[in-house]
Design a protein around this ligand. Structure first.
Ligand SMILES: Cc1ncc(COP(=O)(O)O)c(C=O)c1O
Length: 382
């Protein structure tokens, strides 16, 4: 346990002055290979796929921010998810939240399933459904909470107890909350996954992913996946994420303040229905959000009636940008059915509760009054 508070960790964990030069920022080591000191000896690095000094610092920071024992940086969030399931064997059973990011479903159904891994989707918002789906061959329960874009929560502690009783591990996609607002390992998960593309980078200028393990065995497991499969984050991207991390707690405070203000505005608007934001008392899992999260974040979704209305709303926005992704300083709006969840079949989308009128907002750090005014005028255009 670190003696330091979170904002201090964000600035300093892994980000100490360079021992050789005193550089305050972590140097970017753009070197694929490293001089060896003899036969079978080196200075700690031999080849950048296996390890790179810049990546080491980011991985140290990630482990500290999630309270884990090791961090592992990958070239994208999807590469991190692939690395998570790569050590599974044919015949292993993988339970996955039924309303995860559609890219996760695409990866699992298109590729991972072909390797003989038995993948089953379950409504992880109901711990009893997880319990009923567990089998002797279940090795991993992969949970995304809150879910994208429906903002349905799963109880990490309850799922941890169920999985551990059967000898399985729990991984949590913590992308929507960021390490600042939710600590899955402290709640009982074994592995945390992030798309660093989102709040960790925070500026929409890079793609990356991470896994954070809680046991020494995870370090061995994921170091080997990095070295063997090679989906590692580049040193320059590591630098960008390290830079983003320093201001993450500060950014998240503003994201959150704006998220709450926008949610309250939308909750009172007559053209808005099915507003999903865990910080509203009307959210069916408000109590779980208060217990499990350290805040409510800045992601929300709502229904505006139909595809046509969604198109008019999106076309009228002036500050919000019509774009996929989330967690950057700028506010984004996206039509889930044709963007983030386009990879699903109509039936899968319906099962996940994603309608043609659904809009997802990622609330940025602009002035909240400007954001509300923008939404107000765009809703007037519908
Ligand atoms: C919750 C979640 N997990 C994983 C991913 C995949 O991350 P990446 O786009 O960095 O590969 C995303 C991307 O939007 C996401 O929203």
């Amino acid at each position: 346990m670190s003696p330091y508070k979170y904002s201090t960790l964000a600035v300093h964990a892994g980000q100490y002055p360079d021992p050789r030069t005193g550089a305050v920022n972590v140097p970017v080591y753009l070197s694929s290979t490293f001089e060896l000191t003899g036969i079978g000896s080196d200075r700690g690095w031999d080849y950048s796929r296996a390890g790179n000094p810049t990546r080491d610092r980011l991985e140290e920071a990630l482990a500290a921010l999630e309270g884990g024992s090791s961090g592992h940086a990958f070239t994208s969030g999807m590469a991190a998810i692939m690395a998570l399931v790569q050590p599974l064997h044919a015949g292993d059973h993988l339970l996955c939240s039924h309303n995860v990011y559609a890219g996760t479903v695409r990866l699992f159904n298109t590729y991972v399933r072909n390797y003989g891994i038995d993948i089953e989707y379950v409504d992880t918002s109901k711990p009893e459904a997880v319990e009923a789906a567990m089998r002797p061959s279940t090795k991993l329960v992969h949970v995304e909470t809150p879910s994208n874009p429906t903002m349905v929560l799963s109880d990490i502690g309850a799922i941890g107890e169920i999985a551990h009783a059967k000898g399985a591990e729990v991984s949590v996609d913590n992308t929507f909350m960021s390490p600042v607002l939710q600590s899955p390992l402290a709640l009982g998960a074994d592995i945390v996954m992030h798309s660093t593309t989102k709040y960790l980078n925070g500026h929409s200028d890079g793609i990356g992913g991470a896994l954070i393990g809680s046991k020494p065995e995870h370090k061995e497991r994921f170091l080997l996946v990095q070295k063997a499969a090679g989906g590692i984050m580049s040193p320059f991207e590591c630098f960008l994420v390290l830079r983003g991390i320093k201001t993450m707690p500060l950014r998240i405070r503003q994201h959150e303040e704006n998220g709450r203000a926008v949610a309250e505005f939308l909750a009172a608007h007559k053209k808005v229905s099915r507003l999903a934001y865990p910080g509203l008392k009307s959210h069916p899992q408000y109590e779980l959000a208060c217990r499990q999260q350290k805040g409510f974040g800045s992601m929300l979704s709502f229904d505006i009636g139909n595809r046509d209305a969604a198109g008019r709303f999106m076309g009228a926005l002036k500050i919000f940008i019509n774009a996929e992704s989330l967690g950057g300083v700028e506010s984004l709006a996206s039509h889930s059915a044709t963007t983030t969840h386009a990879a699903l079949t109509d039936a899968e989308r319906a099962a996940a509760g994603i309608t043609e009128g659904m809009i997802r907002l990622s609330i940025g750090i602009e002035d909240k009054e400007d954001l509300i005014a923008d939404l107000d005028q765009a809703l007037a255009a519908v």
